[in-house]
Write a protein that binds this ligand. Structure first.
Ligand code: FCB
Length: 483
């Protein structure tokens, strides 16, 4: 079974259980990413990343917001560790900023950058919180982009060296290494659709980036393994598309999205091959000659855990030629659909049935259950971890200073229920990280979208645990889904 369905959703079944008991040892964590929370972009030798450049480019990020200060986590990390203790977190998923470690992406190592993450990791361990470290959550050193970015192979070489440095520096203490966060976003949004840094619109480069990110992952796992002195676990985090097909070519539309968005990564990483249908679908654009001898073996590394990010479903419809929507839009394919140059087939992303979060993303807990069960069926021996799930809503601070956020709490309850249902069906799910610990810089949306279970006042940088955070603390401490 692939992660697609051709039947329309019937609306969410209830998914509001309480009292569900999670398995002993299940990890309850929360996640952030370097550029979204750290700030201090010019401090202690950090070099510029593609997100510094992108956020300074007029019109790219809402309100002209940047990560210059963000949550100031770079200075407030101890306070943030205290918050994590207060919430009873068993693990913290953070990312390491490559440009803090290697300001130009290559060559010279910046010890001050390593020291920051060493302090953070030690602080987590002192508090009994497992460090789950991601090497790449989208902040590519700008100098590497200047020499071609993920569209060129040398970026994967540079990533391997960076992984060696980090393995040697922290491999005695990190509990889980994650190579990449959502390479789908890096490749397709960064190099194809252009909504993320570096903002390029080059379909062939996007596919080359897919491969070079896959290669970087495989090489990094090997580098981390050979340099880590402890016994860390190895993982990667992917954002899967749970696609619902519509129209008279529904199954074909869903299959295409599954190939391009999901199996383009799980194929090489977990099976050692690119799916034949993906190669056929993309033949009008590329012959994939950027895949060299030995690459697939390098990419295909055993993983202790596969990280799964899930927020919502997608609904897709396939048209022969131009879709009615594109005709109305005067053939503006951007955002509305995907077509390769020379291809007559357009897969259009349709509006989803609600309800929605403040991102406009539909709330569909059944999609998470379906995804976890499907991944378990496709890769039965592969343990899984939800490395991101959560929701943005427009929070209102109450007169007494508290932050009641019933919608976020309800979203989390439903998705934890979905995860529990997957576990009941035999899925080997090891843990769950709520996105996010803190309200933070939400990429193209700047500070307009709040995902935190802890509120950040972006004027004073003061933190306030939201009601959802208190609810999550009860879950994390007891392993039982609170009412
Ligand atoms: C994911 C990203 C994460 C955050 C959430 C809302 O795609 O990995 O950084 O922006 O979406």
């Amino acid at each position: 079974m692939s992660i697609t369905t051709t039947t329309a959703t019937q609306g969410s079944p209830d998914y509001r259980d309480a009292g569900l008991v999670f398995p002993p040892g299940f990890t309850f964590g929360s996640a952030t990413a370097a550029y979204q929370v750290e700030g201090a972009v010019h401090e202690d030798g950090r070099g510029p990343s593609i997100w510094d450049t992108f956020s300074r480019t007029p019109g790219k990020v809402w309100n002209g917001d940047t990560g210059d200060i963000a949550c100031d986590h770079y200075h407030r990390w101890e306070n943030d560790l205290e918050l994590m203790s207060e919430l009873g977190l068993g693990a913290y998923r953070f990312s390491i900023a490559w440009p803090r470690i290697m300001p130009t992406g290559n060559g010279q190592v910046n010890q001050k950058g390593i020291d920051f993450y060493a302090r953070l990791v030690d602080g987590l361990l002192e508090r009994g919180i497992r460090p789950v470290a991601t090497l790449y959550h989208w902040d590519l050193p700008q100098t590497l982009e200047d020499s071609g970015g993920w569209a060129v192979r040398s970026t994967a070489d540079a990533f391997e060296r960076y992984a060696e440095v980090m393995g040697a520096a922290l491999g005695d203490r990190v509990h889980t290494w994650t190579t990449l966060n959502e390479p789908w976003c890096s490749a397709y949004l960064g190099y194809g659709q252009g909504g993320h840094a570096p903002g390029r619109h080059e379909p062939v480069s996007a596919l080359a980036a897919v491969h070079h990110l896959n290669l970087a992952h495989g090489r990094a796992v090997q580098a981390l393994r050979s340099t880590s002195a402890g016994d860390p676990q190895y993982s990667v985090t992917l954002n899967f598309h749970v696609a619902r097909g519509r129209g008279n070519r529904a199954a074909e539309a869903a299959r295409r999205v599954d190939a391009l968005a999901n199996r383009a990564f799980t194929g090489p990483m977990l099976r050692g091959e690119y799916p034949a249908d993906l190669l056929a679908d993309t033949a009008p654009v590329t012959d994939w000659s950027f895949v060299k001898d030995g690459d697939l073996a390098a990419i295909h590394q055993p993983l202790d855990v596969l990280g799964v990010n899930y927020y919502s479903t997608v609904t897709v419809q396939m048209w022969d030629g131009v879709s009615p929507k594109q005709q109305n839009d005067g053939h503006k394919a951007a955002g509305g659909g995907t077509a390769w140059p020379g291809s007559h087939d357009v897969v259009e992303f349709l509006e989803q049935p609600g309800p929605y979060t403040a991102m406009g993303w539909n709330i569909a807990p059944e999609g998470l259950e379906e995804l976890l069960v499907s991944l378990h069926e496709q890769f039965p021996a592969q343990p899984l971890m939800v490395t991101e799930n959560g929701a943005a809503f427009d929070d209102v601070v109450a007169a007494d200073g508290s932050v009641p956020d019933p919608e976020r709490l309800d979203y989390l309850r439903r998705h934890f229920t979905a995860a529990h249902r997957a576990i009941q069906q035999g899925v080997d799910l090891r843990g769950y990280f709520v996105w996010s610990l803190l309200d933070n810089f939400e990429w193209g949306y700047g500070y307009a979208k709040r995902f935190g279970i802890v509120r950040v006042d972006f004027d004073t940088l003061e933190r306030t645990v939201k009601d959802s955070g208190r609810w999550y603390a009860r879950l994390a401490r007891t392993g039982v889904l609170p009412a």
